[in-house]
Write a protein that binds this ligand. Structure first.
Ligand SMILES: Cc1cc2nc3c(=O)[nH]c(=O)nc-3n(C[C@H](O)[C@H](O)[C@H](O)COP(=O)(O)O)c2cc1C
Length: 181
């Protein structure tokens, strides 16, 4: 497949607590590479990245307690000037995106609000993706709290240890669409 736009070099950087956003970032990167572009995929907790030299920068985060992780927000603030000259796309990975009655609110709270908080960014697209509950990865208090919330919402007392709400076709299709902007 040939690439339809100018973006040849793409940075995908993200913040994650439990790893599901990292896997989404990898899938976005893989899709972009299949289109013939170069993609660097970086966990912002592990690497300090200079955003110069990229045609497109994709910034993502998992959501915890209604918030983005700290690292991508710091990345945006720290690199204000460099980012202002580059096309930017944002994505989040969260439980609400996997729920039809909560995804509009999630789009507003976790993406539209971020877009309006950084008017100097040239944001070309936002992606809202379902996340993962992986109860074994959480500390005991977090597991208890999150399980009780999910049980209430799903009205299911027998939750599995892992609930994966990611829609990989949606992730890949978004990555392709961003490359055409
Ligand atoms: C402690 C905790 C708080 C969470 N809070 C929210 C929330 O406020 N809204 C939401 O949609 N999802 C929430 N989630 C679900 C996460 O966004 C989801 O598990 C996502 O996949 C996490 O990304 P990560 O694995 O990259 O950290 C929460 C999950 C945990 C464990």
């Amino acid at each position: 497949m040939t690439i339809l736009c100018m973006a040849r070099k793409v940075l995908i950087c993200y913040g994650t607590r439990y790893g599901s956003t990292a896997e989404v970032a990898q899938e976005i990167g893989k899709t972009i590479r299949e289109l013939g572009a170069t993609a660097d995929i970086l966990n912002l907790k592990e690497t300090k990245v200079q955003p110069a030299g990229y045609d497109l920068i994709i910034i993502g985060s998992g959501i915890q307690a209604g918030k983005w992780t700290r690292e991508p927000l710091e990345f945006i603030t720290r690199n204000r000037d460099a980012l202002a000259d580059t096309k930017v796309a944002l994505f989040v990975v969260c439980a609400s995106a996997g729920s039809p009655d909560q995804c509009d609110t999630a789009q507003t709270k976790y993406l539209d609000k971020i877009v309006s908080s950084y008017p100097y960014l040239h944001i070309v697209s936002t992606g809202l993706f379902g996340g993962v509950f992986d109860f074994k990865k959480y500390s005991a208090p977090v597991r208890m709290l999150v399980k009780s919330i999910v049980k209430k919402q799903t009205e299911d007392d027998n939750l599995p240890e892992r609930i994966d709400m990611r829609d990989w076709d949606k992730v890949r299709s978004w990555a392709r669409s961003v490359m055409q902007l």
